[in-house]
Design a protein around this ligand. Structure first.
Ligand code: S3P
Length: 437
């Protein structure tokens, strides 16, 4: 169901959510599939590729760099890999829209090509820090420029690359991935050390493509590669999209949902672990592997929650889902405190300020602090308006808050969900509920 730009949608209190959903393909894995397929030495069929704004930006970027992309009738892309060094610089700037993952990962592969590649994006992208990739890539010998060394546009012109050991100051999978991709082109091994666990889809896919990748605790080492070879990638369903239903079903009484084939890579399941500790009723069934990634059907039933203090390493394993914990906390007994989550201020929007303003506005007792927030569970969401500020995850959180509210909630600019979950309203309708506008 397409939503017109700028539309506000009203979400009314719902009864129990019951049924089975197939949530969209994983955004992180789809980005990596498009990039790694493009530098593979063969055609790669990407099954269940996420057709959403962000991942289309990455696929389009690869096409702009001369990679042939064939689309089958059912929308499955076959990326005709141009080889490790086969990307060609386009004439103009590559526009990656709202996609932080594209603008942070692509410089890694552009480092190994001839010619110069410039990446830029929308207003939100131009506010997001790029120094986190600029400095370590420069240390590897990459010629890379950014506005004030910190902001888009970013121009990469390759260079003679050296392997480095880099201790990341922040737990960022995007930074780790950019360095591992650049490491394919270096003259020796590249080592990246994470301060806390962050998603490892790049390592899993590069290893499947034949790269030599080693893991030692929080250290990942990649060796220079001569070629990458892949034939097919099956993209798992996105736990970050499933997260909205996990919280919705947990807080709305009478709910019981099954979310089919969702990626449960332990680097991404922080939200499940936290909700379980708060008393949620979530079970993983039919656990299996898909293209090297653990997958399961997730069953979730309504449950009574209690507040929790959340901080330390787990925040990196739940980074995109932490705002949802504020909503869960509003339905829990006692207080829920999230700390050590300063990175939330640097996402598609400042997710701490936006969350606190929005949730306070719908009657939730929430206080923000520099690195997180504190919620007191009293009566959950009452009603009012959520301003998404164009942030897809804030818009979907608003929808869940509306379904769980006592009076209904309008969500502004709901069309931004197209960034990661274009079929959100269709899935809601499958459960017998709908927004109105
Ligand atoms: C992502 C990593 C995370 C996450 C983002 C997607 C990725 O960002 O917030 O939505 O695909 O690598 P950081 O790596 O900056 O923490």
């Amino acid at each position: 169901m397409a939503v017109a730009p700028g539309s506000s949608i009203m979400f009314m209190p719902s009864g129990g959510l019951r049924g089975t959903l197939q949530v969209p393909a994983d955004k992180s894995v789809s980005h990596r599939a498009a990039i790694i397929a493009a530098i593979s030495d063969s055609p790669v069929r990407i099954n269940n590729f996420l057709r959403a704004a962000d991942t289309s930006s990455t696929l389009r970027a690869m096409a702009t760099c001369g990679v042939e992309i064939e689309n089958l009738d059912d929308g499955t892309p076959i990326v005709h890999g141009a080889g490790l060094r086969g990307l060609r610089p386009p004439r103009g700037t590559i526009d990656i829209g709202n996609s932080g993952t594209s603008i942070r990962l692509l410089p890694g592969v552009f480092s190994g090509q001839s010619g110069s590649f410039t990446l830029d994006g929308d207003e939100s992208i131009r506010l997001r820090p790029m120094d986190r990739i600029v400095f370590p890539l420069r240390e590897m010998g990459v010629r890379i420029q950014a506005k004030e060394d910190r902001f888009a546009p970013v121009t990469v012109a390759g260079g003679r690359l050296h392997g480095i050991r880099y201790e990341m100051p922040v737990a960022s999978a995007q930074v780790k991935s950019a360095l591992l991709l650049a490491g394919l082109y270096a003259d020796g091994p590249t080592e990246v050390v994470e301060p806390a666990v962050c998603r490892d889809h790049t390592e899993i896919m590069l290893a499947a493509a034949g790269a030599r990748v080693e893991k030692e605790g929080l250290l990942t080492r990649i060796h220079p590669a001569g070629r990458l070879h892949l034939e097919e990638i099956d993209v798992i369903a996105d736990i970050s999209s499933a997260a909205f239903w996990l919280v919705a079903a947990t807080i709305i009484s009478g709910s019981e949902l099954t979310l089919a084939g969702v990626g449960v890579n332990p680097t991404r399941t922080g939200l499940i672990d936290i909700l379980l500790e708060m008393g949620a009723d979530i079970t993983l069934e039919n656990e299996r592997r898909q293209s090297g990634e653990p997958v399961a059907d997730i069953r979730v039933r309504h449950a009574k929650l209690h507040g929790l203090v959340v901080g330390g390493g787990i925040t990196g394993r739940a980074i995109d889902e932490l705002p949802l914990l504020a909503l869960a906390g509003a339905y829990a007994e006692g207080e829920t405190l999230v700390t050590g989550a300063a990175e939330l201020r640097l996402k598609e929007s400042d997710r701490i300020t936006g969350l606190v303003d929005n949730l306070a506005g719908i009657g939730i007792h929430i206080q923000g602090c520099e690195e997180g927030f504190l919620v007191r569970g009293i009566h959950g969401a009452l009603g009012g308006r959520i301003r998404s500020h164009g942030d897809h995850r804030m818009a979907m959180l608003g929808a869940v808050a509306g379904l769980a509210s006592s009076e209904g909630i309008a969500v502004d600019d709901f069309d931004c969900v197209a960034v990661s979950y274009p079929a959100f309203l269709d899935d809601l309708e499958k459960l017998g509920e709908r927004g109105s506008w």
